[in-house]
Write a protein that binds this ligand. Structure first.
Ligand SMILES: [Zn+2]
Length: 166
């Protein structure tokens, strides 16, 4: 369990609890698996009641992620600043049966704060992270001295499709 700990969802909302802290890549395994190289995220999770009286969590995340640019494979600083309200559902049926676009999460007695923060951060990531302008020039031709990064980019861009059998 990460250092960010857990909350008892419905109780936390009823008590209007607040937890705040800083989380790093070590506690964000799914972001790491997506290729995120580093992170410093400051979070605040507040228990509250939504407009309809529904228990909810207000989640704020501020910080930076280090992603890998998909064009030059250099590191890309990605600033994150988000605030989202998640309604707490008491059952999965409540989530599956909902026909609005309110964000819901299943309330449990032991909700991992790091996972809630990670969920929100993942939704905010660009599908294909890229620098606006790459510092490292991209090899335009097959010059002999093309950089190892450019070679890596070529290999990567080929993807992991089926191998040729001959
Ligand atoms: Zn780049």
């Amino acid at each position: 369990m990460s250092r960010a700990g857990t909350i008892d969802g419905l109780q936390f909302a009823r008590d209007r609890g607040v937890v705040t802290g800083v989380i790093a890549i070590e506690d964000l395994p799914r972001l790491a698996a997506m290729g995120c190289k580093g992170a410093t995220l400051r979070y605040t999770v507040r228990g509250d009641r939504g407009e309809s009286g529904q228990p909810c969590l207000n989640i704020e995340v501020l910080g930076r992620l280090q992603l890998v640019c998909q064009r030059c494979l250099g590191l890309l600083d990605f600033p994150l600043a988000l605030a989202n309200e998640l309604d707490l559902a008491k059952t999965l049926q409540e989530i599956e049966g909902a026909e609005d676009d309110i964000d819901r999460v299943l309330a449990t007695h032991s909700m991992a704060v790091a996972e809630l923060v990670e969920d929100e951060a993942m939704l905010a990531l660009p599908m294909v992270p890229m620098h606006d302008r790459c510092e490292r020039p991209i090899a335009q031709s097959d010059r002999a001295e093309s950089s190892p990064f450019a070679e890596l980019a070529k290999i990567r861009s080929r993807g992991t499709g089926p191998e040729r059998s001959h």
